[in-house]
Design a binder for this molecule. Structure first.
Ligand code: NAI
Ligand code: MG
Length: 326
């Protein structure tokens, strides 16, 4: 089946790593039609608007979107785009690749983070000059949905351990509901799971990351814990992510536009290429996803490496090596 893929390179190194990922996808036997959309600071400079309506439409109509990186106006681009694809799950794998310096070499954790509610529902009030409040929203439907996605992901990807992170001892109503809904999903599926208080989990992730596989979390906890885990595997140029909705999804590296190295052709395209592998996986090209992931892993292990990993390869040289390994 043919799929239409929106490609939005954005700013800075987004312009360099996105074509690298498209080259890798083009080297596979997949039926993708790529359509490029504009967004970014460079667009805002001309029109005042960083995310043109045509780009929003393109993402909406496409089967999936590949997004590179944005600069100063990132929040005005990526948050609406995540909304356009209706993403309720933010999938963030943190994996320590062989051959690289990692703080914890046995780390292989996938965070399945609720992507729509919790304290990020943006319901805040300034009551007086000196008092502000925040409303935390948790629904059974959204909690079940993220739990179902998490258990399904673990099963499909062969991960044994599923952990539900929460703080239901303090946030009894909201995280109580999240935990209850997630546990109900586990029981219906007959799936094994553990639960962890999110603060204790932060400590355990640092000390024993090898004990964890898939972690299902509320929104804020997932944001913080996944960044913490990124620190365990050593490198922003390596971390992909997926924003998954019912009928649509957006794939993007965790990093930004990296203005300090933009335009030099030396950005590490691994995070972007691994994001493309997640796109393949999402569209049920499982074998191709594995081929791309294996190829990136092999090149990370054997070289050549881009400067962020101590090498002197260009983005193009690294990408060519990945394509060679496919
Ligand atoms: P950044 O991720 O762009 O860069 C942080 C550091 O990591 C820099 O030293 C950069 O050179 C390095 N780095 C990042 N990705 C790399 C790669 N693929 N290869 C080699 N080195 C890499 O974050 P920073 O500097 O905080 O933000 C720069 C701009 O990016 C800002 O304008 C920010 O708003 C935007 N941003 C956009 C995001 C998005 O589009 N989702 C996410 C984070 C930041
Ligand atoms: Mg974050």
């Amino acid at each position: 089946m043919s799929h239409q893929i929106a490609v939005i390179p954005g700013d800075g190194i987004g312009q360099e790593v996105t074509p690298a990922a498209v080259d890798v996808l083009n080297a596979l036997d997949v039926d993708f039609e790529f359509r490029e959309g504009e967004a970014g600071d460079h667009v805002a400079e001309e029109t005042g608007e960083p995310l043109p309506e045509e780009t929003v439409e393109l993402a909406r109509e496409s089967d999936a979107t590949l997004f590179g990186a944005a600069g100063e106006r990132a929040a005005d681009i990526i948050l609406p785009l995540r909304g356009v694809v209706g993403s309720y799950a933010n999938v963030r794998p943190a994996k320590a690749y062989p051959g690289l310096e990692a703080v914890k070499p046995d780390t292989d954790i996938v965070f399945i983070r609720e992507n729509t509610q919790g304290v990020y529902a943006q319901i805040e009030s300034q009551l007086t000059d000196d008092v502000a409040t925040l409303t935390r929203v948790v629904t059974r439907e959204a909690s079940r949905k993220i739990a179902e996605y998490g258990f399904e992901y673990a099963e499909e990807h062969g991960y044994d351990n599923v952990t539900i992170a929460h703080k239901a001892n303090v946030m009894q109503k909201t995280d109580g509901l999240f935990l209850e809904a997630a546990e109900a999903v586990a029981e219906e599926r007959g799936a094994d799971y553990d639960t962890e208080l999110m603060d204790a989990l932060a400590m355990k992730l640092v000390m024993y990351p090898e004990d964890y596989d898939v972690i299902i979390t509320p929104n804020l906890a997932g944001d913080v814990l996944s960044d913490l885990a990124a620190g365990l595997v050593g490198g922003l140029g390596l971390l992909p992510s997926a924003n998954v909705g019912d009928d649509n999804a957006l794939f993007e590296p965790v990093h930004g536009s990296a203005p300090d190295i933009a335009g030099q052709g030396i950005a590490n395209p691994s995070a972007m290429i691994l994001s493309a592998a997640m796109l393949l996986d999402h569209l049920d090209y499982d074998a191709e996803a594995a081929r791309v992931t294996d190829a990136v892993e092999t090149v990370l292990d054997e070289g050549p490496h881009t400067p962020d990993l101590g090498g002197d390869a260009s983005t193009e040289e690294f990408t060519a090596a990945v394509i060679d390994r496919l």
